[in-house]
Design a protein around this ligand. Structure first.
Ligand code: NAD
Ligand code: ZN
Length: 361
C-alpha cells in the first residue's frame, strides 16, 4: 500500500511589489496573540540601507545582523539560540529572516531550536524535531533557493551539510516582494536564480515524481527559461517578479519530488571547500551532461548570454583524500541518488566514480 505523507505548507503569504510594507500589520496581529518580542535575522548587507528603516521594530524587538561569508552552521544556530534564551525570560513571539537562503534558513532553524533543546546538529535529518517551533517568517531579498517555502533549514554541521527537515520547519508566513531584489549584484543574481532552474530540472528528471510535483516543476522551469533566455539584462523588475515566483514554485516542486546529482555534488563541495550553494551548483551542473543532457546545453547558453565565467579547475590541486571526503558527503545523500538514479542507484554510482566527477570540476 502506498504511504501518503500529510504535507504541511506555509500558512500565509503576501506577494507583490511593495508588499514588505504589510509586515508591520502582520506582526502586530501576532503580537496580540502572543504578547512578546520579535527577533529579526537580517543580512548585514542592508545595514544603513533604506530597508533597515522599513523594519517595523517596536517594544523589545531587535535585529541580529548576520554576514553571509559562511552558509548557516549548526554552531552559529546554537550560539544565537542561546543568546536569545539567556537574554530574555520568555520566548519570542516570532523569528523573521530577511535576506537570501542563509537568513531564511537561520530563521527557520532558530525558530525550532528555541523550543527543542540540545545541539542543532542532532536534528539534521528527517523528522527529528519533537516540538513545534516559535512562529517564523521568511522574506527573501534574492530569488532562487525556494527556502521561503521548503520544509528544510539547510545547515552545515561538523559532519555533514544536511537540513533539519520536518513539517515544523515550514515558515508560517512569507512575504514575496520582488522590489527587495533590486540591489542583488551580478553574478550572484545568476547563481541563485540558477538554483531554481536546477531544482526544476532535477525535480522533473528523477524517479520520485508525481503529477502534483511536476505541475510546480514545469511552471518553475518555464519561468526560469523565460528569465534567463529571453531577458538579456536580468536587472529588470519583470525578471525579478518572475524569478521570485519561479523560486517559490521550484521549492514546492521539491516537496513532492527531490533534488538530484547536482545537489549531491554541490553539498560535497560546500562541506569540504565551503563553496556557496548557488555557485557550487553552477560549477557542478556545468559538467553533468551525462545526467542532465540537453538541460546542460541550455545552461551553457544561459551562461553565454549573461557573460558568466565559471571558475574552472577548482579541485585540480586538491589531495586525493579531499576528493574522497567530498565523495563520501555526496554519496551519503541517498535520497538524492535514489531520486536521480532509481532503486538500484548503488549499482550505478560508487565512491570512485564520484571522486572522478569531483576531479573534473
Ligand atoms: P545568500 O543568502 O547566500 O546571499 C547571497 C549573496 O547575496 C550575499 O552576499 C547577500 O548578502 C547578497 N544579497 C542578498 N540579497 C541582496 C540584496 N537584495 N541586495 C544586495 N545583496 C543581496 O543567497 P542564496 O543563494 O539565496 O542562499 C544560499 C543558501 O540557501 C545556502 O546556505 C543554501 O544551503 C541555502 N538553501 C536552502 C534551501 C532550503 O530549502 N532551505 C534551498 C536551497 C538553498
Ligand atoms: Zn538548491
Amino acid at each position: 500500500m502506498t504511504a501518503f505523507r500529510n504535507f504541511c505548507s506555509v500558512n500565509n503569504f503576501v506577494f507583490g511589489k511593495g508588499s514588505f510594507n504589510e509586515l508591520g500589520t502582520i506582526i502586530e496581529k501576532r503580537r496580540v496573540e502572543t504578547p512578546s518580542f520579535f527577533v529579526y535575522l537580517v543580512d548585514e548587507v542592508f545595514k544603513g540601507k533604506v530597508l533597515e528603516q522599513r523594519i517595523p521594530l517596536s517594544g523589545d524587538d531587535f535585529i541580529i545582523w548576520l554576514g553571509t561569508q559562511d552558509e548557516p552552521k549548526t554552531s552559529k544556530v546554537d550560539e544565537l539560540t542561546q543568546q536569545i534564551l539567556n537574554d530574555y525570560e520568555e520566548l519570542p513571539a516570532g523569528v523573521i529572516g530577511i535576506g537570501g537562503g542563509i537568513m531564511m534558513d537561520y530563521a527557520k532553524a532558530i525558530s525550532l531550536t528555541l523550543t527543542n533543546p540540545g545541539p542543532s546538529e542532532t536534528y539534521q535529518g528527517l523528522d527529528l524535531i519533537k516540538n513545534k517551533g516559535v512562529w517564523s517568517a521568511c522574506i527573501p531579498t534574492i530569488a532562487g533557493t525556494g527556502a521561503e517555502v521548503s520544509m528544510t533549514a539547510v545547515l552545515s554541521g561538523p559532519e555533514k551539510k544536511l537540513g533539519i527537515k520536518c513539517d515544523y520547519t515550514v515558515a508560517n508566513q512569507i512575504i514575496l516582494d520582488p522590489e527587495l531584489c533590486e540591489g542583488v549584484p551580478a553574478p550572484q543574481r545568476f547563481y541563485t536564480g540558477m538554483d531554481s532552474y536546477i531544482h526544476a530540472v532535477e525535480a522533473l528528471t528523477g524517479h520520485c515524481r508525481n503529477t502534483f510535483g511536476d505541475a510546480y516543476g514545469e511552471k518553475s522551469l518555464e519561468m526560469c527559461q523565460d528569465v534567463f533566455l529571453n531577458y538579456e539584462n536580468i536587472y529588470h523588475p519583470e525578471a525579478d517578479e518572475k524569478l521570485m515566483v519561479a523560486s517559490y514554485l521550484g521549492g514546492l516542486s521539491l516537496t513532492y519530488s527531490q533534488v538530484g546529482v547536482c545537489h549531491a555534488l554541490s553539498y560535497g563541495l560546500a562541506h569540504v571547500l565551503g563553496t556557496h550553494h548557488g555557485i557550487a551548483n553552477c560549477i557542478c551542473f556545468n559538467h553533468l551532461e551525462d545526467f542532465y543532457g540537453e538541460y546542460v546545453g541550455e545552461f551553457h547558453k544561459m551562461l553565454e548570454l549573461h557573460n558568466i565565467e565559471l571558475p574552472q579547475g577548482i579541485t585540480k590541486d586538491l589531495p586525493r583524500e579531499k576528493l574522497t571526503e567530498m565523495a563520501n558527503v555526496a554519496y551519503a545523500l541517498d535520497h538524492m541518488w535514489l531520486h536521480a538514479l532509481g532503486d538500484d542507484w548503488q549499482q550505478k554510482i560508487d565512491i570512485e566514480m564520484l571522486e572522478a566527477l569531483f576531479a573534473r570540476l
